[in-house]
Ligand binder design. Structure first.
Ligand code: UD2
Length: 330
């Protein structure tokens, strides 16, 4: 698989207006979503400092952009003085470094607390000390938990059912408190199921699309957990990058949370069928036991982010699957 994804930067040239040229900190910038953001920021002529401990991120993901405008600092988001020093050099931070897996957070709840919550607090605190630099951070659909009605809207109270969801909700609550007490402006981006080129399929916790595409490449049947009737709202990584940049660009004061999805619900059975159609195969999937602690339904109401940030999910699931499959097989 190649690095790919340069076309994503081209997609964002229209965002240059009003954004101004600046230097940004991107934590988790060598990871899947972070590396696409770094590419887009480079395409917009911004300077970027990437902070990544390379635990799941990879240097190769951003190799193409390292140079005079972009540097990689290997370090931990929990290192307060490092975070403060790096934020001091920038106009604001995109905070994507996290322990991102729901099942892993169930196995290692204290580690999730430490990385996801303490890491975010470090940045909020650094911002407070430095005259309130804007923080746009990755939150999650996991803050909602299982609900009785869908789609979910930002006005619904959080009812997380995993440590990961709880810790992301606590990040948002701290961010709101920092806005009220210290005027730190921040935005929590509630990512739904993000997919696209460079998503690593190698762990059992990897995103389902990366795993399914990997199986297809190797002519192997995937395992669908449960009966496959569970649904997800899949959003292409390019659309997520658009949302992140628009959030940084927004003039809104205080704290805001936004759903970042497509607003479309797809069952895992349908997802496999669409992928088989894209590839032109007819491989039946195996069924395995349902995963513990996971939500059954996920669907975002995206009217708030559309109205307030001008976000539009541009890439259909089929288009995104084609792009991702092409990248995986190049
Ligand atoms: C996603 C996010 C997670 C969190 C959560 C919020 C990813 C990788 N994870 O978790 O960080 O934000 O949403 O709700 O995006 N599945 C299979 N077979 C496989 C792998 C997965 O059937 O080989 C199913 C799985 O049981 C689930 C669905 O596919 O129903 C999506 O799984 P996932 O791991 O891609 O993402 P999810 O929704 O658990």
């Amino acid at each position: 698989m190649g690095i790919g994804g340069d076309n994503i930067a081209i997609q964002f040239n229209h965002l240059q207006k009003d954004f101004g040229l600046a230097k940004y900190l991107v934590t988790g910038g060598a990871g899947f979503i972070g590396s696409h953001l770094v590419s887009a920021l480079n395409g917009l002529d911004h300077q970027v400092i990437v902070l990544d401990n390379l635990s799941s991120g990879r240097r190769e993901n951003i190799e193409n952009w390292l140079g005079p405008n972009t540097c990689l600092v290997e370090g931990d988001i929990r290192d307060q003085s490092l975070v403060e020093n790096l934020l001091a050099e920038t106009a604001g931070a995109f905070h994507l470094a996290a322990l991102v897996s729901v099942p892993q957070s169930i196995e290692r709840p204290t580690e999730s607390f430490s990385i996801n919550l303490e890491g975010t607090l470090n940045l909020l605190e650094a911002s407070r000390k430095q005259g309130n630099k804007k923080i746009v951070f990755a939150s999650s659909a996991a803050v909602y938990g299982n609900r009785h009605s869908y789609p979910v809207s930002e006005t619904m109270a959080g009812q997380p059912i995993s440590p990961y969801g709880l810790h992301k909700l606590m990040c948002e609550q701290h961010a709101e408190l920092f806005a009220n007490l210290y005027n730190v402006n921040s935005v929590g981006m509630r990512f739904f199921n993000v997919y696209g080129p460079r998503q690593d399929p190698s762990s059992p916790y990897s995103g389902v699309i990366s795993i399914f595409i990997d199986r297809l490449r190797r002519g192997l049947a995937p395992t669908i957990y449960g009966d496959g009737s569970q649904t997800r709202d899949f959003v292409y990584v390019g659309d997520v990058v658009q949302a992140l940049i628009k959030a940084m660009n927004s003039k809104k004061q205080g704290f805001a949370a936004y759903n970042v999805g497509r607003g479309e619900s797809v069952t895992i059975n349908m997802l496999w069928q669409i992928l088989c159609d894209v590839v032109g195969t007819n491989l039946p999937a195996k069924l395995g036991p349902a995963r513990e602690g996971e939500i059954h339904t996920s669907l975002a109401n995206i009217s708030k982010i559309e109205a307030e940030l001008g976000y539009k999910a541009e890439i259909t699931l089929q288009e995104g699957l084609i792009k991702t499959y092409e990248w995986a097989t190049q």
